[in-house]
Design a protein around this ligand. Structure first.
Ligand code: HEC
Length: 118
């Protein structure tokens, strides 16, 4: 590779990096109705002691039925980041390395079906 080609390759890598970093996470089970029931029971097993059985809780900031009205188009990103990293200062555990990606997305697929509109 001559110098100008090497330079061009470097420019392309630098230009592509932010786009890759910013692409929103994608749910591999999007639209897959058959994982909803599984996601529901995973949620009740793993998350319900803080977020309420079937995601029903009187504590507003823990109400995961409000993710859509709270975050709109950012819902998927906020969900994924919050579950992976937790919010340790607020009492939300870090789940990265505790439950796998597929489990996180199955739970998300369930939660999408119980979002309230107000
Ligand atoms: C030990 C208690 C606890 C468990 C278990 C728990 N959470 Fe949380 N979670 C919290 C608390 C407390 C908050 C509210 C944090 C705040 O006030 O910002 C929260 C917030 C969240 C939020 C952000 C809500 C919002 O509207 O901003 C998401 C998403 C979430 N949890 C998903 C989950 C999922 C999915 C599970 C199961 C894998 C789970 N949590 C298990 C305590 C918990």
């Amino acid at each position: 590779m001559n110098h100008s080609r090497a330079f061009l390759a470097a420019v392309l890598v630098v230009a592509a990096a932010p786009a890759l970093a910013e692409s929103p996470p994608a749910n591999p089970f999007e639209g897959n109705a058959t994982v909803v029931a599984e996601g529901h029971s995973l949620f009740n097993d793993t998350c319900s002691h803080c977020h309420g059985p079937d995601a029903v809780t009187p504590i507003s900031e823990r109400n995961l039925r409000k993710l859509r009205i709270r975050y709109g188009d950012q819902m998927i990103e906020t969900f994924h980041t919050t579950v992976e990293n937790g919010r340790p200062e607020a009492g939300m555990p870090t789940w990265a390395g505790v439950i796998d990606e597929a489990t996180i997305w199955k739970i998300y697929t369930y939660l999408e079906t119980v979002q309230v509109s107000q």
